[in-house]
Structure formats: structure tokens, C-alpha cells
Design a protein around this ligand. Structure first.
Ligand SMILES: Nc1ncnc2c1ncn2[C@@H]1O[C@H](COP(=O)(O)OP(=O)(O)OP(=O)(O)O)[C@@H](O)[C@H]1O
Ligand SMILES: [Mg+2]
Length: 517
């Protein structure tokens, strides 16, 4: 093995890459997920794995972390061929993985989650206090001082769960660190902190593999990128000086169109008010929020994570405890105490907790689209006959470019982004008037994002009212007629689209006031 690393011409011993994957293939029934892919990562680099939804990124990483065996190919660590038969073996070999799907045990505390399986590592039972202190120390290192390590994991907001997941993997002190879409649930500030850590780990020589659909952070922070398309390697390239557009074009293989609303679309100034919210408060998370959503309008709601925007959306769908204030639908005051009541009022919500509240992984794509969320409104009888149902499912699979063998495939066999599209389709295909989406394009590749924005704009044009809650400012600026900025649970500012700038919004998001606008 060592002979191979000697370079004859200069006599020096070249260091083999920390990780090399050679000719990796993986087939699932009916799909070639990976076709002879070569991939290598050096110690001391952040290497981005790039590709559209379903390109094979997670599959390649699952092979590296011992979740699946490859059908063909070889894995070398520091130049030595290894087999990785099990995730525990990967961890033992220094490969730490933050999976695309969060894997915390919801009923255990944060501290217990971080140290799971190691409490009695060498025959000693470490007492709970030590675990709590150590968990605290790991999170402090990540700059996360606000997380209560004794809280149950399930009571944490999604972004904090993601951070705990990262802390857990880092506590194993891996040499090769895989992060599969770690920033998807994070907003700008958490993302900035994560990259500060990654840069620090990189200087310590870690090989870091980073997956994301946000090209901005890829070009800003990664050293090299490897692009996959339909399970095949396109190329590996250094990212210095590469623009987001170039990267998108290389990934998709053709030019990417702009995907936001164009200015000449008319705004529905005098349109009917579909939803009017007055003095809405939710516990101590949301205080006294009032606004009105008109027919044909898209309202964007943004703020720091935890500024109350998600709770506001949840309250409108009847899933926020202790909500107070009034909600009017088309002028009439209504009570929305449960999702069923919300849906009766023509209101739907795409929540941020897709796993608990959204998808049924063992049901088919078709069933996931046509069954209502939370099992509450079959009685609504949206689709009367099977034929229509089948056509609608087919149409959305095509329109959103969902990569799936058939409408009967189980949702758990879809890639992360394609699962997200299925749940989005569920709401887009229903005839409800008020559509509320929390982070609708999380984990969705740039090409498919354009399709989804197109759909939202079309639905608004057909007279629906849409609320998009998002921490991605380009998305908020590109889609919204009006932007609500939340800060500390309050509505800090309402900006009309024409008056909105990224800098102005950022100032309000961070400071809660309108300085510097
Ligand atoms: N367990 C499985 N059973 C069947 N098919 C699978 C399984 N896991 C992945 N696939 C298929 O393999 C292909 C690659 O999926 P993968 O999850 O690797 O994509 P990805 O690049 O990570 O996409 P995303 O950006 O959406 O997360 C997809 O067609 C997917 O449906
Ligand atoms: Mg994936």
C-alpha cells in the first residue's frame, strides 16, 4: 500500500488523502443511487458534496458511515483500505456523522443524548452530574450557552436539536466529520457560529465533508467541492473564486433561471381580507401581533430563530397552547383550537417538524400526498374519485420534479429533499384558501426551489392568501408582497416589498428596531 504513495519524480512521500472512496456503486430496487463514484477528502479541508435532490449525496455518506455496504468500490482511510460494516465501526475509525435526519431520542435529556452509550464505557457508571457538566462544556465550545442540557430533546426548537446533534458527534472527536445538511434548520447567526467551529476544526487537521443546498455558504466556506448528478461524479473542483451561479449551472448541467416574483405582477391592494389577526399572543413566545392577509397576497414572516414566527404560524393552525387574541376569517371571528378546526376554516400549515407532524415514512408517496396531515381531515373528502386523485399525484410528482420510482414507493426510500417536496405537494394540491408554510424550501435544491416559488406565486394569483415563514432573506425578499419582521416575540416592523432591502431587514431582525433603514 505504501509503495503506491511514493512519487518517483521528487522522491518525497506524498501524504495520502485522509479519506478516499474509489468506484463506489450502490443500487436500490429500481434505482442506481451511485454509479462508480470517486471521492476524496484531505485532512484540513472543508469539502462540499453538491448535487440536486436525489443525486446520491446522502447515500455516499451513508456508505462511509457504515449504514449500507457499497455494492462495489473501496474505501481508504489514510491510504489503507478499510471495510465499514456498522455505524459503530465508522465511529471507531474516527468517522463522525451528523445525519440529514435528526436522530436524538426525544424523551432523553440533551445531556443523555450527547453521551448516549458511553455512560458506562469502562465499567464505571458516570454519574448524571458529570454528564450534565460535560454536555454543558461541549455546548459552550459551540457557543451555545442558551440550551438547557437537562431538558428533554423533544422540547427544544428544531435548530437547537440540530446543534445538540452536532455537539454529540463532536464529542466523539472524529477525524473525518460528515455533516449532511446541518444548516438546513439554522438561521444566519447559528450558521455563522457553526462555520466558526468548522474553520477551527479544519486548522486542527480534520477532514470535513459538508452538504448543503445553500450555495452562498458553500462558496464562502468550503475549499473544494465534488458535484454529483444522478448518482454519477461530475467533477471535483477548488471553490476559490467560484460563484454561486457557476456552481448551480455545473450542478444542474444547464443555465438556471431567476425564480422570484417579477415586479410587474400586480398587487391586490383592494382585495378582500382573508385572515385578520388581532392582538395574538402565545404564552411568553408571541406578544400582541396584529396583521391582515389579503386575497392574492404573499406575506413573508422573518426574524431570528426563536423570535416567535413559528409559534405565530402554529397558533394560526391551532397547535400553539395558550394562544390568546382574535382571528377573523373573511370578516367573521373564528375559534381555532385544533388543526381540524383550522382546516375547516380553510387554513393549512406546513410545520417545521416534518417528522413528527408531517410525513408517514412507511406509507406511499401517493398516500402521503392525499392523506391529510395529522390524520385529521379525511372526512373533508377532498378527492372524490381515485382517478382524479391519481392524476393529481402524478401532476405534482412531475411539477415538483420528485425523484421517485413510482407513486406507490414508500416515502422513506426518497431522498430528504424529495420527501420535503411530497409534503409540500400535500398542501399545494388541496383547495384551501390560506396556506401557511414554515421554511417551505428547506433542503430543496436550487432548481426545484424555482418550481416551488412558481407554484406559490401562481396560487396567490389564483386568489389564495399565503404566509411564508422563513429565515432566508433572499426568499423572503423575492416572494413577499409584505414582510413582517419579528423580534423577541413582537412584530418589530412591517415592510412593503418596494421598501424592503436586505440590510434594512437585517437591522430590524437583529436589533428589533428600524435603525439604518
Ligand atoms: N433506502 C433506500 N431505498 C430505496 N431507494 C433509496 C434509498 N435511499 C436512497 N434511495 C434513492 O437513492 C437516490 C439517492 O438518494 P440520496 O438520499 O442519496 O439523495 P441526496 O443527494 O442526498 O438528495 P437530497 O438533497 O434530497 O437529500 C434517490 O433516488 C433515492 O430515492
Ligand atoms: Mg440527502
Amino acid at each position: 500500500m505504501h509503495g503506491k504513495t511514493r512519487v518517483a519524480s521528487n522522491q518525497s512521500l506524498t501524504v495520502p488523502p485522509a479519506l478516499e472512496m474509489r468506484g463506489i456503486s450502490k443500487r436500490f430496487p429500481g434505482v442506481v443511487a451511485l454509479d462508480r463514484v470517486d471521492f476524496s477528502v484531505r485532512g484540513g479541508e472543508i469539502h462540499s458534496l453538491i448535487g440536486q435532490n436525489g443525486a446520491g449525496k446522502s447515500t455516499l455518506m451513508n456508505i462511509l458511515s457504515g449504514v449500507y455496504p457499497p455494492d462495489e468500490g473501496q474505501i481508504l482511510i489514510d491510504g489503507k483500505a478499510v471495510t465499514i460494516g456498522h455505524p459503530r465501526e465508522a465511529l471507531r475509525r474516527g468517522i463522525g456523522t451528523v445525519y440529514q435526519e435528526l436522530s436524538l431520542l426525544p424523551n432523553l435529556s440533551v445531556a443523555d443524548n450527547i453521551f448516549l452509550g458511553r455512560e458506562a464505557g469502562n465499567g464505571f457508571v458516570i454519574d448524571e452530574r458529570v454528564i450534565v457538566d460535560r454536555a454543558r462544556a461541549v455546548l459552550d465550545l459551540l457557543g451555545e450557552t442558551a440550551i438547557d442540557v437537562t431538558a428533554r430533546a423533544r422540547n427544544l426548537p428544531l435548530a437547537q436539536q440540530q446543534i445538540v446533534e452536532i455537539a454529540k458527534v463532536l464529542s466523539h472527536e472524529p477525524r473525518i466529520l460528515i455533516l449532511d445538511e446541518p444548516t438546513a434548520p439554522l438561521a444566519a447567526e447559528e450558521t455563522r457560529r457553526l462555520f466558526a467551529i468548522l474553520h477551527e476544526l479544519k486548522t486542527r487537521g480534520l477532514a470535513i465533508i459538508f452538504i448543503s443546498h445553500r450555495f452562498q455558504e458553500i462558496v464562502a466556506h468550503c475549499d473544494r467541492g465534488t458535484i454529483l448528478r444522478n448518482g454519477r461524479l461530475v467533477l471535483t473542483l477548488p471553490l476559490a473564486g467560484v460563484t454561486e451561479e457557476e456552481l448551480a449551472e455545473r450542478m444542474i448541467g444547464q443555465q438556471v433561471e431567476g425564480c422570484y416574483r417579477t415586479e410587474d405582477q400586480t398587487r391586490p391592494d383592494s382585495a378582500e381580507v382573508l385572515l385578520e389577526v388581532n392582538g395574538l399572543s402565545v404564552g411568553d413566545r408571541v406578544h400582541d401581533v396584529s396583521f391582515a392577509l389579503r386575497r392574492g397576497e404573499i406575506i413573508g414572516v422573518t426574524g431570528l430563530l426563536g423570535a416567535g414566527q413559528n409559534e405565530l404560524a402554529r397558533a394560526l393552525f391551532g397547535i400553539a397552547p395558550k394562544a390568546a387574541g382574535t382571528i377573523r376569517r373573511r370578516g367573521r371571528e373564528v375559534r381555532i383550537g385544533s388543526p381540524a378546526e383550522a382546516i375547516d376554516q380553510g387554513i393549512c400549515l406546513l410545520t417545521e417538524h416534518r417528522k413528527q407532524e408531517g410525513l408517514f415514512p412507511d406509507l406511499s408517496v401517493k398516500e402521503n400526498m392525499t392523506l391529510p396531515s395529522l390524520g385529521v381531515f379525511r372526512r373533508g373528502g377532498v378527492f372524490l374519485d381515485n382517478g382524479r386523485e391519481r392524476d393529481a399525484v402524478r401532476r405534482f410528482i412531475d411539477a415538483l420534479h420528485i425523484v421517485v420510482r413510482s407513486a406507490g414507493s414508500r416515502v422513506r426510500t426518497l431522498s430528504g429533499g424529495n420527501q420535503q417536496k411530497v409534503i409540500l405537494a400535500r398542501w399545494l394540491m388541496r383547495d384551501l384558501e390560506v396556506l401557511i408554510f414554515i421554511e417551505p424550501t428547506r433542503g430543496i435544491d436550487v432548481g426545484a426551489k424555482a418550481e416551488i416559488y412558481g407554484d406559490l406565486v401562481r396560487l396567490a394569483g389564483e386568489g389564495k392568501g399565503i404566509i411564508v415563514v422563513s429565515t432566508e432573506l433572499p426568499e423572503i425578499l423575492g416572494l413577499s408582497d409584505r414582510i413582517l419582521v419579528m423580534h423577541g416575540g413582537r412584530l418589530a416592523r412591517v415592510v412593503e416589498r418596494e421598501a424592503a432591502t436586505e440590510e434594512g431587514l437585517l437591522a430590524t431582525i437583529q436589533g428589533g428596531h428600524a435603525d439604518g433603514v
